[in-house]
Design a binder for this molecule. Structure first.
Ligand SMILES: C[S@@+](CC[C@H](N)C(=O)[O-])C[C@H]1O[C@@H](n2cnc3c(N)ncnc32)[C@H](O)[C@@H]1O
Length: 294
């Protein structure tokens, strides 16, 4: 039973040549996906059962299609999510910000805290909050119909198990114009929301990104004006309208944007306790702040 391991070694070399960051891990994950075994059980696949579809999927990865599109799955905190064309693949760095939001919701002296996830994509943040804070109700907003369909699918997948209908999906636009217009479905929540979390688009127009990102993540999930901060400024406006006095906000940004995003939430504009936070790699990754009320 060495054939599969030999093929994995060959595939690893091809993926490395194509510029894939983690070629061995990707080759093993694809092999496990194709042969329907866990990665740790690859050595149990008999030579006679080697499936040539392995090389089809390796070819897709060689063309820099994201691993998660090939397997159809992404892992985020305690969730396994369905992903594919039309939805942003959730990233590990967002898990840290989501953890911050979960900790704050857990310690809040509120019977059933209300959270809002602006730009929910696959539903990763909203579903994690509902799964890990059983008292919370989460309103997930998504503007892109394709992404919303993926969110719907993931919310449905988890509805009976952990989240019990506590994630409500809304169509809405939190970026262009007045949030009271774009987020009409959230009007009943104005001034009452306990916590807002958002991983909005934040890449400056014209930036160079990896092929997996440029060709497979939806443009609406990536680009946000000349300095990349247009959507974050819109999150600030929406948060003023939605948060209750003392309500909290967490917003993700690109590693070089920490100082600029800090100043989107200054004390002079009414915000309090604005803090920069780092991701697991030690890079600036999200800002949190508190709205004391007008
Ligand atoms: C970077 S992705 C984040 C997705 C998900 N929250 C995550 O962390 O994996 C940003 C999401 O915001 C959505 N989005 C962008 N502009 C929007 C707008 N104006 N209104 C509503 N959603 C928007 C995109 O479609 C995309 O799903």
């Amino acid at each position: 039973m060495t054939l599969l391991l030999d093929e994995i070694a060959l595939a690893t070399a091809r993926l490395a040549e194509a510029g894939v960051d983690s070629p061995r891990a990707d080759a093993e994950i694809i092999a496990a996906h194709v042969h329907n075994v866990k990665r740790g059980a690859l050595h149990t696949v008999p030579d006679a059962e080697f499936d040539a579809r392995f090389w089809v999927d390796i070819g897709r990865r060689e063309n820099r299609e994201p691993l998660q599109h090939i397997t159809g799955r992404a892992y985020f905190r305690y969730l396994e999510l369905d992903v594919g064309p039309g939805v942003f693949v959730p990233r590990p760095e967002t898990e840290v910000m989501t953890g911050w939001a979960i900790d704050r919701l857990r310690e809040m002296d509120v019977a059933e805290p209300v959270a809002v996830d602006l730009g929910t994509g696959s539903g990763a943040i909203a579903l994690s909050i509902a799964q890990e804070v059983p008292r919370a109700r989460v309103h997930a907003v998504e503007g892109d119909p394709l992404a919303r369909a993926w969110a719907e699918r993931n919310i449905t997948r988890y509805v009976d198990s952990y989240t019990a209908g506590r994630v409500l999906l809304h169509e809405g636009d939190f970026v262009s114009g007045d949030p009271r217009e774009g987020l009409k479905e959230l009007a009943p929540l104005a001034g009452t929301v306990d916590l807002i979390v958002s991983n909005p688009p934040y890449i400056p127009l014209g930036s160079i990104v990896q092929p997996e990102v440029a060709e497979y993540d939806p443009p609406a999930a990536l680009w946000s004006g000349a300095d990349g901060l247009d959507a974050i400024r819109s999150v600030e406006r929406a948060a003023r309208w939605l948060l209750r006095p003392g309500g909290l906000l967490a917003v993700e940004h690109g590693a070089p944007q920490g100082a600029a995003v800090f100043w989107v939430f200054p004390e002079e504009a009414g915000w309090r306790d604005t803090v920069n936070h780092k991701d697991l790699a030690g890079r600036d990754r999200f800002v949190t702040t508190m709205w004391p009320g007008e």
